[in-house]
Every structure is written in structure tokens, then in C-alpha cells.
Design a protein around this ligand. Structure first.
Ligand code: S3P
Length: 164
């Protein structure tokens, strides 16, 4: 079985994905983590050094490869920006959109310094514009949307398991 999670940074793709994989006894892989293993540095330093287009090229190659493996895959929040990625994930498995509002994401990420796209003066405004741009793309890509809101990770995983 292949389950693929999409959604904004901080929507819980990695946390929910890891727990979902454990529940279903499937392997878990995170495309950002896989990219970091390959480049040997953090995504934020790669962004700084090589720029966003180089990161997106690499991300596209890695996702094309990872959708071939069985298990639960958490994708980077910007993966849906490329039509090729949208197609690969939709054809690769059952796609779940973890839908969080910008405010929910901000509550979870406000102390997180690892997200290069949020290293700006007004991160909440940035999240709102990412949401405006990407929410339609996440919806178009996903087979199922789960509103994350405030429930615990376990509750979200239970809801997903019932849906499968
Ligand atoms: C990005 C999200 C990040 C990572 C990169 C770009 C984005 O992944 O791929 O920093 O464009 O939203 P997470 O969604 O796991 O934070």
C-alpha cells in the first residue's frame, strides 16, 4: 500500500505520517529527510547556497523515486507546486491532504527556525499567502482531505485509519 501526505509546512505530515505508518506496520519515508541524506546538509543551507529552483529539481527527482516504494510518504510542503509532482503522487498512491489553517500552522511553528520559507519579517502573512496559493493545489492533488485543527496526532491517525 502507498499513502502519500501533502500539506503546508507544519501541518503534521511527518508526525502523523510516522504514527500512521507504525499503526499500519508500513515503512515511513519523508522526502525532506531523504533529500538531506543525499545532499549531506540541511535543506535551509542548500536553499541558501543553491537557491529554490535547484532544490525543486532535486525534490522532483526524489519524489518520482519515492512514490515507487510501498509505505507512507510525507512530502515537502511545496512539492505540489510542480505539475510533475502532482501527477507522480496522484498516480503513486492514495493522497491525503492534511489541511491546516495558516493560524494553526503558525501556532505549531512559531519556535521553529528550520523552515527557510518562514525566515521572513512577517511569517504569518507568508503562511497566509502560501495557503492561498497552495490550498487549491493540495485539494486538486489529494484523494482525501483531513482537517487537522486541534485534535491530537492519535485522533488524526484514528480518523485516517477509519477512512482507508
Ligand atoms: C517547503 C517545505 C519544506 C521543505 C522546504 C520547502 C515549502 O517541507 O521541503 O523547506 O516550500 O513549503 P515541510 O513541509 O516538511 O516543512
Amino acid at each position: 500500500m502507498r499513502l502519500i501526505l501533502v500539506g503546508l509546512p507544519g501541518s503534521g505530515k511527518s508526525t502523523v505520517g510516522r504514527q500512521l505508518a507504525r499503526r499500519l506496520d508500513l515503512p515511513f519515508v519523508d522526502s525532506d529527510h531523504e533529500i538531506e541524506q543525499r545532499i549531506g546538509c540541511s535543506i535551509s543551507s542548500f536553499f541558501e547556497r543553491e537557491g529554490e529552483p535547484a532544490f525543486r529539481d532535486l525534490e522532483e527527482r526524489v519524489i518520482a523515486e519515492l512514490v515507487q516504494r510501498d509505505g507512507v510518504l510525507a512530502t515537502g510542503g511545496g512539492a505540489v507546486l510542480r505539475p510533475a509532482n502532482r501527477q507522480h503522487v496522484r498516480e503513486g498512491g492514495y493522497v491525503i491532504y492534511l489541511r491546516s489553517t495558516p493560524e494553526d500552522v503558525w501556532r505549531r511553528l512559531r519556535n521553529d527556525r528550520k523552515r527557510p520559507l518562514l525566515q521572513v519579517e512577517d511569517p504569518l502573512a507568508r503562511l497566509r499567502s502560501l495557503y492561498e496559493q497552495r490550498d487549491p493545489l493540495y485539494r486538486e492533488t489529494a484523494h482525501f482531505t483531513l482537517e487537522t485543527g486541534r485534535p491530537s496526532v492519535t485522533t488524526l491517525v484514528n480518523r485516517l485509519v477509519m477512512q482507508l
